[in-house]
Design a protein around this ligand. Structure first.
Ligand code: IPE
Ligand code: IPE
Ligand code: MG
Ligand code: MG
Ligand code: MG
Length: 339
């Protein structure tokens, strides 16, 4: 089977270029998240995210169903964290990347769920006493506080493994993608989640506690700990939507900038935001001797960096038409968010 062709409509549509590429959000509310992408056609990001998150939530609820099997407590623990809300930014980005190149929501839905399952597993493990030792996540007690460390660890293991099961099932009847493209998508997701990506970042984060890193080391850490999954989400979503290699490359640049911006802002919010706003304890990075952007370069420079990365994310979309407006708005949301 041949590699997917870029959607024909791509060529017919004019790229947005400067129109919305460097637009600023029209409005930002601390808890309302009313952000528009700017330009003529604005994307009300608050409503967009809410609606997309609801679609993802429904798919996740059936991906990890309730069970009365002997291991039902495991399923309960998996669902406890998976269905606890969360911004759903990674799956929404995967779906938006798919649509930006002319793909359908359905084409990337299984993949989007897989990404969120992997992300949720990473949060459960991140909160364990042997890691960041947190007691609050997504506005509720952390998984191990309810289910104990053993079941919490296993719930994370199961979410990670079932993510790939889910992905395999959802791509079992490919309509337009080659086997090679599907395998590349699975491989990239595994690479991003494992010892070359997120897990490596988590290890470097923990091993670096109490030792001041250089800015280069910190960027290396953040690109793995957080950035890798964002890149996988966007690249995978785009590929499943039938993107060309050129489109995937441009979207990777977008995701690289957005992914780093996301963790810079997470570091900033740990200093500036309240526990109530975030649904997780703030002010803990300094207490744990974590290497963060505010700790290394200060808050002002961290904000500057985040804004620069937001601009870079927008620039990477210059060649895309208005179907990439949600991606533009999501980059701004990533920087403007207060949750
Ligand atoms: C938190 O991610 C963990 C980091 C990578 C900083 P999110 O802020 O996306 O968490 P949820 O999914 O919205 O809870
Ligand atoms: C964790 O980073 C990133 C993950 C891979 C889960 P943090 O430790 O900063 O995430 P929060 O602040 O606890 O959400
Ligand atoms: Mg951590
Ligand atoms: Mg943490
Ligand atoms: Mg953090």
């Amino acid at each position: 089977m041949a590699e997917a062709k870029p959607n024909q409509a791509d060529r017919a549509r004019a790229p947005r270029r400067k129109a919305a590429a460097h637009a600023r959000p029209d409005a930002v509310a601390a808890n309302g998240h009313a952000i528009a992408a700017g330009g003529n056609e604005s994307v009300p990001i608050e409503r967009y995210l809410r609606e997309r998150a609801a679609i993802v939530d429904r798919a996740l609820a059936s991906a990890v169903a309730e069970s009365d099997a002997p291991a039902r407590r495991l399923f309960e623990a998996m669902r406890y964290s998976l269905l606890a809300g969360g911004k759903r930014l990674r799956p929404v980005l995967a779906l938006a990347a798919c649509e930006a190149v002319g793909g359908s929501l359905e084409a990337a839905m299984g993949f989007a769920c897989a990404i969120e399952m992997i992300h949720t597993y990473s949060l459960i493990h991140d909160d364990l006493p042997c890691m960041d030792d947190d007691d609050l996540r997504r506005g509720r007690p952390t998984n191990h506080r309810i289910y104990g460390e053993a079941i919490a660890t296993l719930a994370g293991d199961a979410l990670l493994t079932d993510a790939f099961w889910m992905l395999a099932k959802s791509t079992a009847t490919p309509v337009h993608l080659s086997a090679a493209a599907l395998i590349a998508t699975v491989g990239e997701l595994a690479e991003a989640a494992g010892s070359a990506g997120m897990v490596a970042g988590q290890a470097i984060d923990l091993l670096g506690e109490g030792r001041t890193m250089t800015v280069e080391e910190l960027e290396y850490l953040h690109r793995r700990k957080t950035g890798a999954l964002f890149i996988a989400a966007v690249r995978g979503g785009a590929r499943l939507g039938g993107a060309s290699e050129r489109q995937i490359k441009a979207l990777e640049e977008y995701a690289q900038a957005l992914g780093l911006a996301f963790q810079v802002i997470d570091d900033i919010l740990d200093v500036e935001a309240s526990t109530e706003q975030m649904g997780k304890r703030t002010g803990k990075d300094a207490a744990h001797g974590k290497n963060t952007y505010p700790a290394l370069i200060g808050l002002d420079k961290s904000w500057e960096l985040a804004r620069d990365l937001e601009r870079r994310a927008h620039r990477a979309l210059d060649e895309f038409d208005d179907r990439a407006d949600p991606l533009r708005a999501l980059a701004s949301f990533t920087v403007e968010r207060r949750l």
